[in-house]
Design a protein around this ligand. Structure first.
Ligand SMILES: *Cc1c(COP(=O)(O)O)cnc(C)c1O
Length: 393
């Protein structure tokens, strides 16, 4: 019997749940874009975005999604014919590399498959064999949303430095920002891309490119950059922040302002700990379920699992069946399997941004009920294990 009426939970890995506070902040008349409050508000976003990214350097806002930020980051550092080294641990770095191809870059991919993190030895090998220093940038995804693996950003930085290679390190934090711990400056990322609709809890439509002074220097010789994507005018407060190179994304700015206030009130350290604890709660349930039957976490090593998203292997057909059951009966929408075969044998849980313990416990209880209703074999005690984790804090 459908029991889904009530507040739904869109537990897909982006767009994430939008807080009522953010929705309310956006529910207002259009402002004048030429003068007044909106200019001050836009200016106020920059230091707060940088605090979330843990950088003292530059932040550029684009009207666009993560794909737009991907292209913006590449266009500002590449010239046609440059090589990029792509560290692929799932669907997303491959997608980014396709953008690089579109800009006429040479793409060299190290593919780690669908269940592993970046292996630093292979990065070192690739950089060392690049004796004439053709590699302009190393592209990595902090958390790959298709596999839910989390990669070692400072580790890759360490390898680039140890080899003495001049390549820039470009990191996609679209899924991980404000969920998994990330420290742009301390970890040595030169460029970081993000978007507003995951950990930043705002409707899709804003992309961000953070870049340090080394990347700004590379920008001076980059020939892929075009007028709209150029990050230089976007960090000039007098020009861009006021006039946005056209109409400002007014309501997204109001929404993001509110979301950044919520993030500042909670504090980044607490936000990371909350995501970690909720992720561990999910893993505890899977440890119990996976004792018998087909349900299995995609990433075996807990140290390599994201705190923002969980990718699950469920057995052929079971992923789709469980998603459909949970949505119609319990009001929880789980994410589709991405880039996997058979696609209907996988699903993902988004637990990024505006997510708390009762939401995660509700998702787990919904899955537990779905396994029983669909007669998918599973171990017992998952909810007990999850409750114990929440109780332990
Ligand atoms: C969601 C996501 C993207 C794509 O972002 P869009 O806003 O959908 O373009 C890219 N990379 C990662 C890691 C993501 O999670």
């Amino acid at each position: 019997m459908p029991l889904a009426n009530g507040r739904p939970y869109l537990a897909i890995p982006g767009p994430s749940v939008i807080p009522d506070r953010v929705l309310r902040a956006m529910h207002r008349a259009s402002p004048n874009i030429y003068t007044g409050e909106l200019h001050d508000l836009t200016r106020s976003l920059i230091p707060d975005l940088k605090a979330v990214a843990r950088t003292d350097h530059n932040a550029a806002i684009y009207i666009g999604n993560g794909h737009a930020a991907w292209e913006a980051a590449l266009a500002n550092v590449l010239s046609p014919g440059d090589t990029v080294l792509v560290l692929a641990t799932g669907r997303f770095c491959i997608g980014w590399s396709e953008m690089a191809k579109g800009l006429k870059a040479q793409v060299q991919i190290i593919d780690y498959g669908q269940q592993s993190a970046v292996d630093l030895a292979r990065v070192e090998q690739a950089l060392q064999s690049d004796t004439d220093r053709r590699i302009k940038a190393v592209l990595m995804v902090h958390v790959d949303t298709s596999t839910s693996v989390r990669n070692d950003v400072p580790g890759v930085r360490g390898v680039i430095d140890a080899v003495g290679h001049p390549a820039l390190l470009l990191v996609d934090c679209i899924a991980s920002l404000a969920c998994d711990r990330f420290e742009m400056d301390a970890w040595g990322a030169d460029v970081m891309v993000a978007a507003c609709q995951k950990g930043l809890m705002t409707p899709p439509g804003l992309g961000f490119v953070f870049f340090n002074d080394k990347a700004a220097g590379v920008r001076e010789d980059a020939r892929c950059v075009t007028t709209y994507w150029d990050w230089k005018p976007r960090v000039n407060p007098e020009g861009y922040w006021q006039y946005f190179d056209g109409t400002a994304p007014t309501h997204h700015l109001y929404g993001l302002r509110e979301a950044l206030d919520m993030i500042a009130e909670e504090g980044m350290d607490h936000i990371w700990t909350r995501h970690e604890t909720l992720a561990r709660t999910i893993w505890a349930a899977f440890d119990a379920w996976s004792v018998t039957g087909p349900m299995k976490l995609n990433i075996a090593d807990p140290a390599l699992r994201s705190w923002a998203v969980t990718s699950v292997e469920a057995g052929p057909g079971n992923g789709d069946a469980l998603r459909a059951w949970c949505e119609t009966v319990t009001g929880v929408t789980l994410g589709i399997g991405l880039g996997r075969e058979p696609a209907d044998g996988f699903y993902r849980i988004g637990h990024m941004g505006h997510v708390n313990a009762h939401m995660v416990l509700g998702v787990l209880a919904s899955i537990d009920a779905g396994l029983k209703a669909l007669k998918i074999p599973h171990g017992s005690g998952a909810l007990e294990a999850a409750a114990r984790l929440v109780a332990a804090g």
